[in-house]
Write a protein of this length. Structure first.
Length: 403
């Protein structure tokens, strides 16, 4: 893949790469450079480190701000080509550069994180020098934060690939240089992966690579800076579910052999004080209304792709009021399993429409989760998410038989 590069110091080798992802972040990349550089000096001062700005063709002076920021760490600027943008494209450029540098360890941080600290560098990169090949962060989260992960990504990835990675696709990540090569050669690359679907894709590729994986405890929430408008749910949902289904097709021979999940090791249980996550409010009535609106557009599609027992249960759920709403986890699991089978057998055009039909169903599961956990503590809600995952695993035989 071609990319634009500025390497004024002529850096040709590095042990440790710290990548900062950006897109029109001229006003904040200087702070990120300072904090990441301090983390590298404090925790990896004996390593040959390089700081790489993986930019998505910014037009606001991000490149200039990156080079002007005070730092003693050598720097390289990479950017997607004109007309190309997306986190996945930026990371693919990074994989290529890591291969050229023959780097041993890589950590990736997003520029637009308000509470990024030097400790994050140690938390993410540290396990790579202790035998781990892929590191996922474990942030402090409110029980209603990241419902796409709790309701979809975590249960399905755990059921399929047998690893309990709670916050797969959360934004930051670390991996070995060998894993960069694995990512370059992995199947399932698509437009969804080229964009924000890359986070989930990387985690699942790592799970299938049979390499040591760990979760690193961050002791803090992930506070992402708003750029003027909230991200739209529908495009992100489409990208994530597309990646999930694409990899189910690509790795069918792998996940059919996985029987049960196993825990993933924790790094960073060091007694640091844990911060409190911000409170999140969920508009249950609006989500429930959007679920009901989905019947007008997708009822016939659901009837075709779901087994009769699953469809009949969905029709029962339709009649429930928001106050007493519940979508059983077994029904949610079998709907996703049925959908994956239909997706495997569909052509490209039909696949896109099939992905769309799952958005109202996902919203129904979010409503169900909120109603079930509204009086629970964060830990109690977390225990309930674990119970959802167990239901997925217990019903995996249904998926295998249909596949």
């Amino acid at each position: 893949m071609a990319f634009y590069e500025e390497n004024p110091q002529g850096i040709g080798k590095a042990d440790l790469v710290a990548a900062i992802l950006s897109y029109n972040d001229a006003d904040s990349i200087g702070v990120a450079v300072e904090r990441v550089s301090r983390g590298l000096k404090d925790h990896f001062g004996d390593r040959n480190a390089v700081l790489i700005n993986c930019d998505s063709h910014s037009v606001d002076g991000t490149r200039e701000a990156f080079f002007q920021a005070p730092s003693d760490v050598p720097r390289i600027y990479l950017s997607t080509e004109t007309g190309g943008s997306g986190k996945g494209l930026s990371l693919r450029n990074l994989f290529e550069k890591v291969r050229q540098l023959e780097a041993k360890a890589v950590l990736v941080l997003e520029c637009a994180i308000d509470n990024l600290t030097p400790y994050w560098v140690a938390a993410l990169a540290g396990p790579l020098f202790k035998g781990t090949a892929f590191v996922q962060p474990l942030y402090v989260r409110h029980k209603y934060e990241a419902p796409l992960t709790s309701a979809l990504v975590y249960p399905l990835s755990r059921c399929l690939y047998g690893r309990r990675c709670r916050q797969l696709g959360s934004g930051e990540v670390a991996f070995t240089g060998a894993m960069a090569e694995t990512f370059l050669n992995a199947p399932g690359w698509s437009d969804a992966v080229s964009s924000s679907g890359i986070d989930v894709w990387m985690g699942m590729v790592a799970m299938t690579a049979r390499v040591p994986i760990c979760q690193t405890v961050m002791h803090a929430p992930r506070l992402r800076r708003s750029k003027g408008q909230a991200p739209e749910l529908a495009p992100q949902f489409r990208r994530v579910l597309t990646v999930l289904f694409d990899l189910m097709v690509a790795y069918g021979d792998f996940w059919k052999r996985v029987k049960w999940s196993k825990p993933t090791g924790l790094f960073g249980m060091n007694g640091r004080e844990t911060e409190v996550p911000p409170t999140i409010d969920v508009k249950v009535a609006r989500l429930h209304a959007q679920f009901l609106e989905g019947f007008a557009a997708y009822e016939e599609t659901w009837r075709k792709i779901f087994e009769p027992a699953t469809f009949n249960k969905l029709m029962e759920v339709r009649s429930l009021t928001p106050e007493h709403f519940t979508l059983p986890s077994q029904t949610w699991a079998t709907m996703l399993f049925d959908g994956a089978v239909a997706y495997r057998d569909a052509d490209a055009g039909a696949r896109a429409a099939l992905i769309d039909c799952f958005l109202p169903l996902y919203l129904a599961k979010v409503v169900s989760y909120v109603k079930r956990t509204e009086r629970m503590s964060i830990q109690q809600a977390e225990d309930y998410v674990e119970a959802i995952c167990e239901v997925f695993e217990e019903n995996k035989r249904y998926l295998i038989d249909r596949w």
